[in-house]
Design a protein around this ligand. Structure first.
Ligand SMILES: Cc1cc2nc3c(=O)[nH]c(=O)nc-3n(C[C@H](O)[C@H](O)[C@H](O)COP(=O)(O)OP(=O)(O)OC[C@H]3O[C@@H](n4cnc5c(N)ncnc54)[C@H](O)[C@@H]3O)c2cc1C
Length: 396
């Protein structure tokens, strides 16, 4: 029996497992997929997340993950460029390669076990305390369970946790085309639309078309050609020509049904939720992976040190509660900022026009820099604290 069970090897679960193993906690990480080439997930990391890798001793390992730096952000109003500002720091990464790197690094420590290809079906509750999980294959038990199984978390559902999920106005249709050689992230606003173009690793461009919630069915009915031409009409001529030259690449696309939610209380005796399982983020500002990684660091500071020190159950629960309390202000603040942008795009026409006028003034620079600052560096100070009494954690 491990001291710690983590369900879900996404960014939150994989980093948490690495950090637990690093301080000498015996940890089992359970992932339902056999490989990390699972459904498409986010790829943009902000400086706040990049700092995490330095902080936790993964600078060299991180450098091996395929990535593409993003140098600037450009704003367009319909097809005309209106603002460009340098924004050094974000990077687009290959998420499967990132996760593979994290589990490889964790595997250097003797206490780490990765179980691939087992989906968790239920949680085991004994004496009002979560004592493990049940997969299709067997039971796994531990002193503490972390649910990091993403936005449709089974652990959350089976533990009976409730979620507050404000209605979102939009969804995003993502596709990838070859790079057009630009290293800026671009956002095309106006006319009730928003299109995003983000430089991606592997010399690619990630294109996102922001559509009204639920409108994807109508788009599909219109047919692919009509869809591409409607998208192309929203962007500047050089980018339009580039997309039209690569329409075959756009055929493989993924729809992100946008959710921005938070579990009312992600702590139960013996259980804590982190990452999307605890709070799915809106895609505005590319925050999902960043906050998931930062969750793992804070949980390591509180809970893994307690586990490594052999703390009794009530101390573990108190450590989990402290981790949640530390993360809550950042999650709330970022989600609040994320809710503003859709109002400017899909809100009443007057608001859209005020936004346009605002974008043309110097005030826009100040607001955009403040917003970008929260997205880039985070809202609270999160740093990894290995602690004075770090137990020996000798790699094999
Ligand atoms: C299309 C799309 C685009 C996005 N773009 C960005 C972006 O650019 N930047 C950004 O920061 N964020 C982005 N996000 C969000 C980001 O991907 C997530 O916020 C981030 O991956 C959350 O990490 P996580 O570890 O909490 O959960 P996840 O990455 O969802 O990982 C959960 C893991 O749990 C596993 N799992 C699920 N259920 C079970 C089960 N029952 N048993 C065992 N294992 C299970 C899953 O297979 C998965 O590996 C995007 C998301 C999507 C879907």
């Amino acid at each position: 029996m491990s001291q710690l069970l983590i369900v879900g090897a996404g960014p939150a679960g994989a980093l948490a497992a690495y950090l637990a193993a690093k301080v000498g906690v015996s940890v089992t990480l359970i992932e339902r997929h056999e490989t990390f080439d699972r459904e498409f997930r986010g790829e943009v990391l902000m400086p706040s997340a990049l700092r995490v890798f330095d902080d936790v001793g993964l600078t060299d390992a991180w450098a091996r993950v395929p990535q593409q730096a993003i140098d600037a952000v450009e704003l367009f109003w319909r097809t005309k460029g209106i603002r460009k500002f340098r924004f050094r720091g974000p990077s687009s990464i290959s998420q499967p390669a990132l996760l593979e790197m994290l589990v490889e690094e964790a595997a250097q420590y003797p206490g780490f076990t990765l179980v691939r290809g087992e989906g968790v079906r239920d949680v085991i509750v004994e004496n009002d305390r979560v004592a493990g999980v049940v997969t299709e294959e067997r039971e796994h038990r531990a002193s503490f369970v972390i649910g990091a199984d993403g936005r449709f978390s089974t652990v959350r559902r089976k533990a009976g946790m409730t979620v507050t999920s404000p209605q979102q106005a939009f969804d995003v249709v993502w596709c990838r085309v070859p790079s057009d050689g630009t290293n800026s992230a671009r956002a095309y606003l106006g006319g009730g639309h928003m299109t995003l173009a983000i430089p991606a690793h592997g010399n690619m461009l990630q294109v996102g078309w922001v559509i009204k919630k639920g409108a994807y069915g109508d788009l599909k009915k219109q047919g692919f050609e009509a869809w591409v031409h409607e998208l192309a009409a929203q962007i500047d001529p050089p980018f339009r020509a580039h997309l039209l030259a690569h329409t075959e690449a756009m055929e493989s696309r993924a729809v992100l049904s946008v959710v921005c939610d938070a579990v009312d209380d992600p702590v139960r005796p013996g259980l804590l939720l982190i990452g999307d399982a605890s709070h799915a983020m809106s895609p505005i500002g590319a925050q999902g992976i960043n906050v998931a990684l930062r969750d793992a660091v804070v949980v390591a500071n509180h809970l893994f040190r307690a586990l490594a020190a052999g703390a009794p159950p009530e101390k573990l629960d108190a450590a989990a509660r402290a981790a949640h309390e530390e993360r809550r202000p950042e999650i709330r603040k970022i989600q609040k900022i994320q809710q503003r942008a859709p109002r400017m795009i899909f809100g009443p026409r007057i608001l859209t026009w005020l936004t346009y006028i605002g974008f043309r003034t110097r005030l826009a620079d100040v607001i955009l820099r403040l917003t970008a600052g929260s997205f880039a560096t985070g809202v609270t100070d999160v740093s990894y604290d290995p602690g004075p009494s770090k137990p020996p954690s000798v790699p094999i």
